[in-house]
Design a protein around this ligand. Structure first.
Ligand code: DAH
Length: 328
């Protein structure tokens, strides 16, 4: 087989005389197209003995990729010289691809997280798949405890050992086991329950707070939450602590805020960390006390933005989402 040594030279020569893209494509097809000499040579490889086939294929491929490079560069420079030609209207507006914005729930999550970070809380991320131990057992919900019923949920296996976490309170256990105490942490994230209507979703977002040290008190818990709510809504809020029950806190409270014509609305659960929870994490309840709180982020976002139907956040309706074109 005769390998033409001057193909590259010839191609360069022809390309130097090309004035527009039509001419460019003609020359390209003459050198790399179906009926080009190169393509024919590739075709005749099949008649060669094996060793020759390998040797010539290598050489032909080297020429081919060199040619392709030459044509690519020639095309680019054709493009850039065309751009300065008179028929390009530089005054035409560009194509707007839209930058996109943060989802309102991300905005509110960041607003909450950055407030607590400024107050020296570490941000801790848990797992959305949890074991029964972390989601319930370690939080003082033994098997068959009636409080589990409020967490009707999605199990991942028949033995019900693993589930989509039903709340973020399990991050309290992970954080204490991992970092020990004293500890101040805030943990935002998604949680899952079998629930769906205009104020409940099967997937929603919570932020969990935990403070454990030698003098955490209910008074400090109240101060923390009142300050947070005033900051969040950027006004002095009327806040009410209503006695409640959670297995992992004692005493426990639900926190309501008075919200205009809507009256009192529940926004948070909280309480002093139950000694059983501390003991389970290797913390001595005679030395340390803790307070914890958990808030539903969609709920706060609905109040903040005046959204009536929680499902709007996740319906992927751009007209709805574009309204929150805010930066923090
Ligand atoms: N985990 C509770 C829920 O999902 C919310 C909660 C209540 C969190 C009290 C807390 C707490 O940390 O102290 O309903």
């Amino acid at each position: 087989m005769q390998i033409p040594k001057d193909l590259i030279e010839k191609a360069n020569d022809k390309l130097s005389r090309v004035a527009n893209s039509a001419e460019f494509y003609q020359v390209r097809s003459a050198f790399l197209g179906k009926s080009s000499q190169l393509t024919q040579l590739f075709g005749s490889l099949r008649d060669l003995p094996k060793e020759d086939k390998i040797k010539f294929a290598k050489e032909l491929n080297a020429i081919k990729s060199e040619l392709e490079g030459i044509f690519e560069r020639a095309f680019d420079s054709l493009g850039s010289s065309n751009q300065s030609s008179a028929n390009l209207d530089l005054t035409l507006p560009g194509i707007d691809h839209g930058l996109g914005t943060l989802h309102p729930i991300s905005v509110i999550t960041q607003k909450i997280t950055s407030y607590f970070e400024q107050n020296h809380y570490s941000v801790f991320f848990g797992n959305e798949i949890e074991s029964d131990f972390f989601n319930f057992e370690a939080l003082n919900f033994p098997a068959n405890h009636p409080a589990r019923q409020m967490h009707d949920t999605f199990y991942l296996d028949d033995e019900q050992k693993y589930l989509m976490r039903t709340h973020t309170s399990n991050t309290q256990i992970h954080a204490m086991m991992k970092y020990g105490v004293p500890l101040k942490m805030l943990s935002p994230g998604r949680v899952y329950r079998c629930d769906s209507d205009n104020t409940h979703l099967p997937m929603f977002t919570q932020a969990e707070g935990l403070v454990v040290d030698q003098n955490a008190s209910f008074g400090k818990l109240k101060g923390t939450l009142i300050n947070f709510l005033n900051h969040f809504f950027d006004q002095e809020m009327e806040v009410r602590f209503r006695p409640s029950y959670f297995p992992f806190t004692e005493p426990s409270a639900e926190v309501d805020i008075r919200f205009g014509k809507k009256g009192w609305l529940e926004v948070l659960g909280c309480g002093m960390v139950h000694p059983n929870v501390l003991i389970g994490c290797g913390v001595d309840p005679n030395q340390f006390t803790g307070f914890a709180f958990g808030m539903g982020i969609e709920r706060l976002a609905m109040l903040y933005y005046g959204v009536e139907d929680i499902r709007d956040f996740y319906s992927s309706n751009l007209e709805f989402l574009k309204q929150f074109n805010t930066s923090l």
